[in-house]
Design a protein around this ligand. Structure first.
Ligand code: BES
Ligand code: ZN
Ligand code: MN
Length: 502
């Protein structure tokens, strides 16, 4: 899909449909919607009067213009209550309108710049949100569907703005929005791939492609390198699988003169989590192909970061392996030694995420990085605690926690801070090793986070548990069913917000 911005009259566009909007409760439409209403001899006002069009968020009213204007159709999309209007409303309603029109086979769409000028929203924000809403909302993972060539597609989206002075800002917003949304879509695609395709090797190849396109350094550590560095926890998880593990390391140097201006983004890269010897039940085990969503999110974020070029150094680290119950698999009761010398008793081989992340954090620390954000589909308990609405946010540094929460809020990927009090640490004490890899059922997401935090070793650290937010089983606004791409845009926004730009 191509997104263009032009200055002109929306009623004169030769397109399959134009999109205008309406706030909840408005009885006589103003602005661009008012102009379209007049051109339609009051059709929109009449629909409002008759109660068919109410302006509820995501509501779609379709009007055929029957030759009264150049566009074949008019869509009035409801924006919901004006008091709740924000960039997320624009993303949401743009996505709903675009998907509706795609279903009807409409290939070219023109839209007004929703919100540019409303409630302090500027044109750049509006363009950004429209681009994100359309690119995110129209995403589908259909590469394995034999009949996908016949599906209809939206080929162009034109943002038409009557005030020509806003065009430049709209264009700038669109450019950024496309970068962010495409990064999230890349994450969705990587996480949607079945595990027979998305092996650790293939994940490292995906990282290589991102690195090549963005001019990033890439290093991939092999099993032998991991052994040399003493990554016993990562190797312990990998030993049950025939697929070779990879530790993927990508480097973006946006501030080469200031080595201290560093951030590590670490993502769990379990390309399939069978549970290992502590094997999972059969039902829904297939969903564990998405257990590398955290890794996919940091790889994808690096692509956007390389495009946006903020003044900061970012290192992405993805410990990638399968967790399988092979003849060489690790057993409950085993004790492994991590790169930084700490030992872990394996209580449950299905608590593998924290094991691979322990060595990844230790590796980041060995590089001298003292600000770390890790992203992981870590615990099923997240779905119980926060459902699929908020990502669980944990950490040892309130400032970094706040920065992550703020970034998430800005991009429409909310997080919620959960406690990490020392008292929880009692739960994963071991009688034979430094710690064990589980803390029991109570507060499972917190003890999982704290076990990872044991390897922060003085660094500022935040952990995002995306077990319940990395995929969705039903479409929601600009998020189609399947992998969500959370928290790619949060990570990129965090990097932009904390960079040393003037
Ligand atoms: N990958 C899973 C967590 C998960 C579960 C993600 C459901 C998405 C959906 C993780 O490796 C795991 O198995 N965690 C265990 C930990 C337990 C054994 C301490 C869990 O949550 O049950
Ligand atoms: Zn897992
Ligand atoms: Mn597991």
């Amino acid at each position: 899909m191509e997104i263009r911005v032009l200055s002109g009259d929306i009623t004169e566009q030769q397109v399959g449909a134009i999109v205008v909007n309406l706030f909840d409760g408005v009885t006589s439409p103003g602005g661009a919607t008012g102009a379209v209403d007049r051109a339609l001899k009051g059709a929109i006002s009449q629909l409002i009067e008759e109660g068919e069009t109410k302006g509820k968020k995501g509501e779609i009213t379709l009007i055929h213009t029957l030759g009264t204007m150049a566009p074949a159709r008019v869509v009035v999309v409801g924006l919901g209550k004006e008091s709740q209007f924000d960039a997320d409303t624009v993303r949401w309603t743009t996505a709903v309108a675009c998907r509706h029109l795609r279903r009807l086979g409409v290939g070219s769409i023109a839209t007004i710049a929703h919100g540019a000028g409303i409630g302090g929203m500027d044109a750049r924000t509006s363009g950004h949100a429209i681009a994100e809403g359309s690119v995110l909302g129209l995403y589908r993972f259909d590469k394995y569907m034999s009949d996908n060539v016949n599906k209809s597609e939206v080929k162009e989206l034109i943002i038409v703005e009557s005030d020509s002075t806003k065009v430049k800002e709209l264009k700038a917003g669109v450019a950024d929005g496309v970068i962010l949304a495409e990064a999230a879509n890349l994450c969705r695609s990587l996480a949607s791939e079945p595990a027979n395709f998305m092996t650790p090797t293939r994940l490292s190849e995906a990282a290589l492609e991102v690195a090549r396109e963005g001019g990033l350094e890439l290093e991939v550590l092999e099993r032998a390198d991991m052994a040399e560095m003493g990554m016993g926890a990562l190797l312990g998880v990998a030993q049950g699988s025939d697929e070779p593990p990879k530790l993927i390391v990508m480097r973006y140097s946006g501030d080469p003169d200031d080595e201290a201006n560093q951030l590590a983004l670490i993502g769990k890269g379990i390309t399939f989590d069978s549970g290992g010897i502590s094997i999972k039940p059969a039902a829904n085990m297939g969903a564990m192909k998405g257990d590398m969503a955290g890794g996919a999110s940091v790889i994808s974020a690096m692509g956007a970061i390389s495009n946006l070029r903020p003044k900061i150094n970012v290192t992405a680290i993805v410990p990638a392996t399968e967790n399988m119950p092979g003849g060489k698999a690790q057993r409950p009761g085993d004790i492994v030694k991590t790169m930084n010398g700490k030992t872990i008793e394996i209580d449950n081989t299905d608590a593998e995420g924290r094991l691979v992340l322990a060595d990844a954090l230790a590796y980041a620390r060995s590089l001298g990085i003292d600000r770390i954000v890790d992203v992981a589909t870590l615990t099923g308990a997240m779905a119980i605690a926060l459902g699929n609405v908020c990502t669980g946010v944990f950490g040892n540094d309130q400032e970094l926690v706040d920065q992550v929460l703020e970034a998430g809020k800005q991009v429409g990927e909310p997080g919620w801070h959960l406690p990490t009090l020392d008292d929880y640490k009692e739960q994963y004490k071991s009688s034979v090793a430094d710690i064990k890899n589980t803390g029991g059922r109570a507060a499972g997401s917190i003890t999982g986070a704290l076990i990872i935090g044991e390897f922060a070793d003085g660094a500022s650290w935040v952990h995002l548990d995306i077990a319940a937010t990395s995929k969705t089983d039903r479409v929601k606004g600009y998020t189609p069913k399947g992998a969500t791409g959370i928290p790619v845009r949060t990570l990129v926004q965090l990097v932009l917000n904390t960079a040393n730009d003037t």
